[in-house]
Design a protein around this ligand. Structure first.
Ligand code: PRP
Length: 189
């Protein structure tokens, strides 16, 4: 049986997102921002973040898939899964990022594989500036040397759901971020 335990409450998340929005606003120095959210997990974080940023801002979404030996969700929960390193873009941005102040928005930074791929891809558009905002960071899981410019929370290596994060597409709509346990070991998203 799966068990949910609150790791970060909706209030903790809201307070931290407000702080992040303030920092992003200060760093923008009045210039417009283009946020790029990574589907699907970042959708809720992005929507809360952009509404508190006090400069002219718009947003786009992109999507990626990781392919190779991805196990079933149950296997993901039971056994640590290491990605094969293959990331594919499945939805591109709808406008050029050239000359824009871009902020890539991710729900979670885990192995760093996705972020490494996306940084390389989006920086190829030659934006004026490029920064990364992640809500959650699992530094102990990192396989690639990549970091975010804005980090909400560093968390331990637990399987987390809620606030956009899923387990087999479930739990994305939970207002809190919860650890999901099924009585065995833990794993990444
Ligand atoms: C999650 C998350 C990142 C990626 C991070 O996406 O949104 O894109 O994994 O992992 P990494 O650092 O090991 O590359 P997921 O594949 O769960 O898709 P989702 O956002 O649609 O839930």
């Amino acid at each position: 049986m799966s068990e949910l335990k609150v790791l970060l409450s909706r209030q903790q998340i809201a307070e931290r997102v407000t702080e992040m929005a303030k920092q992003i606003t200060a760093d923008a120095k009045g210039e417009p921002l283009l946020f790029v959210g990574v589907l699907k997990g970042a959708a809720i974080f992005l929507s809360d973040l952009v509404r508190q940023v006090e400069v002219d801002a718009t947003f786009e979404f992109i999507a990626v898939s990781t392919y190779g030996n991805r196990p079933t969700p149950t296997q993901e929960l039971r056994h640590a899964w290491d990605s094969t390193g293959e990331v594919k873009l499945t939805k591109d941005v709808d406008q050029s990022l050239r000359g824009k102040n871009v902020i890539l928005v991710e729900d979670i930074l885990d192995t760093g594989l996705t972020l490494t791929f996306l940084k390389r891809l989006l920086q190829g558009h030659q934006p004026k500036s490029f920064r990364v905002a992640v809500l959650l960071d699992k530094p102990s899981r990192r396989k690639m040397p990549v970091e975010a410019d804005y980090t909400g929370f560093q968390i331990p290596d637990e399987f987390v759901v809620g606030y956009g994060l899923d387990y087999a597409e479930r739990y994305r709509n939970l207002a809190d971020i919860c650890v999901l346990r099924n009585g065995t070991s833990t794993n990444e998203n």
